[in-house]
Design a protein around this ligand. Structure first.
Ligand SMILES: Nc1ncnc2c1ncn2[C@@H]1O[C@H](COP(=O)(O)OP(=O)(O)OP(=O)(O)O)[C@@H](O)[C@H]1O
Ligand SMILES: [Mg+2]
Length: 350
């Protein structure tokens, strides 16, 4: 039988342990960027190289030539060239489905030693593990994207249904009403009908405005997260009678737009959940900044639910999780029956 598991018996216990630990660490990373950073770090640590450089190959999703470095500034072409083409460098490709995804280069072994055959073997074992972790991270990214797209599609279907069932119906009534004005027996009836139509048009206008805001709140683009959240909260309170308090400890600087959008959507979905499920009388929304990240906390005083139980129906909470995961953040849901619900979304600022 073909031997697929390499023979590591002669490796020292320490190096074997380090190799296993590296494999576990690599597989716990979900974003490709972090996997690549871990690979260069671990390659250097395992072999005693002071410098490691990873160069993405042509097959790596259009990022051909991109460099990730450890112990070297990859933006310095000179330093990079020295490793890529210099003598005394150890190198190994990372193959995915038989095609090169990247090349890993190691240089400047500690104490001016040369790399050994054992270093080479360790590097090969590492690149095999790296390939698995990279494939996994690509699959995770694809799945996340698919779920976000599915959630968007659902949202569009809901908006399309509202447009069709409400706005289009109202406009149809207006059209019929206009006809009855034309055919009205006397001026008095025509005026009464016109009054009725005016109300219908006002209603349709309100629907269209509300749908436009739901699609993409203009305040979010024009004024930023906090004003948009305040507006969302005001509209929500007016419609539901549930009190919402929005508080922020951010300065006036705008956050990156993808973070603003994600946090806005998370608060929006949380509020929707509050009306749908919580039976709460008040909600507090807090946005604050803590050591390089932004945190949004949405807390209601409703009936709560079992946050630990499996969820297979709703898309809301899952969509929130996906949004923060795509920004390398995390979502915490604290709730128990009778004790209200707290959603904490934390996203790092990069
Ligand atoms: N604030 C809350 N208070 C009480 N229960 C909640 C709250 N938020 C969520 N839940 C519970 O968690 C479940 C999952 O929420 P989720 O937002 O994922 O789905 P949904 O609201 O039922 O459907 P969708 O969001 O897809 O329209 C809800 O069905 C509800 O039982
Ligand atoms: Mg929901």
């Amino acid at each position: 039988m073909e031997r697929v598991i390499p023979d590591f018996e002669h490796l020292s216990q320490d190096r074997l342990r380090a190799l296993v630990a590296t494999g576990i660490a690599l597989n716990s990373e979900l974003s490709l960027e972090r996997v690549l950073e871990r690979v260069v770090e671990s390659a250097a640590a395992l072999t005693g190289a002071r410098q490691a450089l990873l160069e993405l190959a042509a097959g790596a999703g259009g990022e051909s030539g991109r460099l990730v470095g450890f112990g070297i500034d990859p933006s310095s072409r000179e330093a990079a060239d020295e490793i890529l083409h210099g003598p005394g460098t150890l190198s190994e490709p990372i193959l995915i489905r038989g095609k090169p995804f990247a090349h890993l280069y190691l240089a400047a072994k500690r104490n001016d030693q040369f790399f050994t055959a054992e270093d080479e073997e360790l590097l090969r074992a590492l690149t095999t593990q790296a390939a698995v972790a990279i494939e996994m991270s690509e699959r995770v990214a694809r799945d996340a994207l698919r779920r976000v797209v599915a959630a968007q599609e659902l949202e569009r279907r809901r908006l399309s249904r509202e447009l069709h069932d409400e706005t289009a119906q109202t406009l149809t009534s207006v059209l019929l009403g206009l006809q009855s004005i034309v055919e009205a027996a006397d001026a008095e009836r025509a005026v009464a009908e016109a009054e009725r139509l005016r109300e219908l048009v006002t209603q349709a206008l309100q629907d269209v405005r509300r749908l436009a805001v739901e699609l993409r709140p203009k305040a979010l683009d024009d004024f930023g997260l906090l004003p948009a959240l305040k507006r969302l909260a005001t509209g929500f309170s007016e419609q539901t009678g549930i009190r919402v308090e929005v508080e922020s400890f951010l300065d006036d600087k705008r956050l990156p737009s993808e973070i603003e959008t994600a946090l806005y959507r998370i608060v929006q979905e949380s509020l929707t959940n509050v009306v749908k499920h919580a039976r709460a009388s008040s909600v507090s929304v807090l946005v604050t900044r803590k050591s390089g990240s932004v945190i949004a906390v949405i807390e209601d005083d409703g009936r709560g639910f079992d946050a630990g139980a499996g969820r297979d129906e709703g898309l809301g909470l899952m969509g929130m999780e996906e949004r923060v995961a795509l920004l390398d953040g995390r979502l915490q849901i604290e709730s128990s029956e009778g004790a209200g619900t707290t959603i904490v979304a934390e996203v790092p600022l990069r």
